[in-house]
Design a protein around this ligand. Structure first.
Ligand code: PLP
Length: 383
């Protein structure tokens, strides 16, 4: 991703900033679209991973739908020209205001996460004289084998409707005249790198689809969510293996001829296309530790502080120099968790060196905060 040529360009911009490689994004999107088209699979982009306007524009142009988890995301998707018929709205806590706005915008479907929510959407739709499509988000109790903070499909998680509540769920569906049931939805977690997890998911999806059919429902859509992980340790091997990923669903889902399979990918599409670029403010060489203090902190990139996430750290000013020292790389924020990496091996680093935190395209810029009254985060694009 980095050459001495673009590093010179980067050195001109005020740090810190998110650097977006739009050519790589484009290649990743095309690769995914091509792999999905083989099976006629539908892809929705999970907007919460990154809603930078330059990124969203490319994704919209690829023709993907949008998977939104708030009213704000729904309206942003519409503003940017995403097809209304490809916008889905998930989330355990949709407010009445958000539901009403989405009903007014005629989005494709609500992914409903509780029985109470079914009643609420039904009431609000009735108030508008509308009938709206819903899919039931089921918690399938499948272990995603990922970090526990980003696991969503186990019995103890707050997401989706648990299997033991499904009989009551269909009773409710039957009496809700302003709802049209179109299918079932799952999302079991994020940064999933063991693809066998998805085989287990498919087996559960088949069981639930059959169960609904036996109860007299037509399951038109199987929405299997997202979660496909990226390789944070090798950011230069950058495009996820979409072919193998989709192939698993083709092989293991017992898809009926009239059924559609939908996906909601976030991280896998955008994770590798960005790095957070920062400058070294100070180097403190201690007795026990050497510290590099950056001008970016957890206010720009929260993942390490939030769930001990790993991001590869490179000194762009010394790309060709051999690593020679170990540093704790930290930010300027008054929190001890404001640390991007401990004992990171780097070339000898000096004040003013340009540092890249790699693979920050997903859950990076979107989680930036104003804590400590820090500046608005900037972004820089490269084609
Ligand atoms: C976050 C989320 C996704 C995307 O997850 P990734 O790990 O980024 O692929 C998909 N579906 C739902 C419902 C989500 O909340």
């Amino acid at each position: 991703m980095f050459s001495n040529k673009n590093i010179n360009q980067l050195a001109q911009s005020e740090t810190p900033f998110y650097y977006y490689d739009l050519a790589l994004l484009q290649e990743t999107l095309s690769n995914c679209a091509e792999a999905a088209n083989v099976y006629n699979f539908h892809v929705h982009y999970a907007m919460k991973a990154n809603f930078n306007s330059g990124v969203l524009k490319k994704i919209k142009e690829t023709g993907f739908g949008a998977d939104c988890v708030s009213g704000g995301e729904v309206s942003r998707a519409i503003e940017l020209g995403f097809d209304k018929g490809k916008i889905v709205f998930a989330g355990v806590g949709k407010s009445d205001k958000e539901i009403i706005a989405a009903l007014d915008l005629d989005i494709f479907c609500f992914n409903v996460e509780s029985i109470q929510e079914l009643d609420v959407i039904n009431e609000l739709a009735r108030g508008k004289g509308k009938k709206t499509k819903v899919a039931i988000r089921i918690n399938p109790n499948v272990d995603a084998h990922t970090h526990h903070n980003i696991t969503t499909g186990l019995d103890e998680n707050k997401f989706g409707i648990n299997s033991w509540d499904l009989p009551e769920c269909i009773d409710t569906l039957k009496k809700c005249e302003n709802l049209e049931f179109i299918g079932i939805h799952f999302h079991i977690g994020s940064q999933i790198t063991n693809l066998d997890v998805y085989k287990n998911l498919c087996i559960r999806v088949n069981e639930f689809a059959t169960w609904f059919e036996e109860k007299g429902f037509i399951v038109k859509i199987l929405n299997v969510g997202g979660g496909l992980g990226i390789d944070y340790h090798n950011p230069d091997h950058q495009i996820p293996d979409f072919k193998s990923y989709f192939k698993i669903f083709d092989e293991f889902l017992e898809k009926r001829p009239s059924q559609e399979v939908h996906f909601e990918l976030g991280r896998a599409l955008v994770g590798q296309c960005s790095s957070l670029i920062s400058k070294v403010l100070y180097v403190k060489n201690g007795k026990k530790k050497n510290f590099i203090i950056l001008d970016a902190g957890m206010t720009e990139l929260m993942r390490p502080a939030l769930y001990q996430a790993y991001h590869k750290i490179q000194n762009l000013s010394k790309l060709d120099a051999p690593v020679s020292l170990k540093y704790d790389v930290v930010g300027p924020i008054c929190e001890s968790t404001d640390c991007f990496g401990k004992e990171v091996e780097l070339p000898e680093t000096l004040r003013g060196d340009l540092i890249a935190l790699r693979s920050t395209g997903a859950y990076g810029e979107v989680m930036a905060s104003h804590y400590n009254l820090r500046n608005e985060i900037r972004s820089v694009y490269s084609e």
